[in-house]
Design a protein around this ligand. Structure first.
Ligand code: SF4
Ligand code: SF4
Length: 274
């Protein structure tokens, strides 16, 4: 790293991430991520015990605790095209990851962390998936890292893949400038097929208001994304889990296919696809 400018190091990180298997990568400074909407809102939001949260003693659910010494975030994404739904199927079992996409992301992060530590002497912080175990809000981090914007479906929307990618964040001890946000908003004049595709009408009412939270950037942009409604669908998806054989396990496992309707209905990033 000696003699390398911040711009060159950022380029190197992005290039290496892609060579290790990421489809998109970007860099953001932690000082820019901390005031992002999810990080600010989470302190004031009512407790949420839905799917994807964890109960950890001494931690308020959903509130990020930044590791000491973390200065920048590297955000990586792998594309999740409709012809590979299995990337996101959640399978029970003792192994790491639980989804194929998550295992792929973990492998990219591992290779990148080893490279940064061993070759450039940069300290890395590999983050788990759950906020309560030490993660940060990945979609907000991705926006600051220049990957895309938060769409009206409350998902990260990128120019290349629309809302169809899976994310992971790693932190490093080196100060790098944020690459985003970028000038990209495909939702502005869109008739919003993402919202009408939702089987739980999760975008039908104002769940959060600017007055209540003192900020204009709210879930689903205007506060209309209701995570309780979405969670209802997740519970239905869990109840409809399929039985699967697990390699090396006597017990039969479960495979959950979570709803992606607001993701697959979006036309962004589909140009050139059949
Ligand atoms: S369908 Fe339209 S409104 Fe919804 S995320 Fe995609 S571009 Fe935005
Ligand atoms: S994942 Fe499914 S239930 Fe949840 S908001 Fe999207 S379309 Fe609605």
């Amino acid at each position: 790293m000696a003699g390398m400018t911040a711009a060159r190091l950022s380029r190197e990180i992005i290039q290496r991430s892609k060579s290790f298997g990421a489809d998109l990568a970007g860099v953001a400074n932690v000082s820019d991520i901390k005031p992002s909407p999810s990080h600010r809102m989470s302190e004031r939001m009512p407790a949420f015990n839905g799917v994807g949260t964890m109960s950890v003693k001494g931690r308020k659910r959903g509130v990020v605790r930044w590791p000491e010494g973390a200065r920048s975030a590297i955000v990586i994404a792998i594309a999740h095209p409709p012809e590979h739904p299995e990337l996101d199927w959640w399978v029970s079992g003792p192994g790491p990851g639980n989804t194929a996409g998550n295992r792929l992301l973990m492998s990219v992060v591992k290779k990148l962390a080893e490279y940064l530590e061993q070759t450039l002497n940069i300290r890395t912080f590999r983050l788990p998936y759950h906020i309560e175990h030490g993660a940060v809000y990945m979609k907000d981090s991705a926006v600051i890292a220049g990957l895309g914007c938060i769409g009206k479906n409350n998902l990260l929307v990128t120019p290349s893949y629309g809302p169809r990618q899976r994310l992971r964040v790693m932190l490093i001890d080196t100060d790098l400038p944020s690459a985003g946000p970028i000038d990209f908003d495909p939702c502005r004049n869109c008739p919003m097929p993402c919202r009408s595709a939702c089987p739980q009408q999760a975008f039908s009412t104002a769940a959060y208001t600017a007055e209540e939270y003192g900020m204009g950037e709210l879930p689903g942009r205007s506060g209309v994304y209701d995570r309780l409604q979405c969670n209802r669908q997740m519970e239905i998806d869990i109840a409809n889990a399929e039985a699967v054989d697990l390699i090396g396990q006597a017990e039969v496992g479960k495979r959950v296919k979570y709803c992606r309707a607001c993701e697959t209905a979006c036309p962004v990033g589909t140009a050139g696809r059949d």
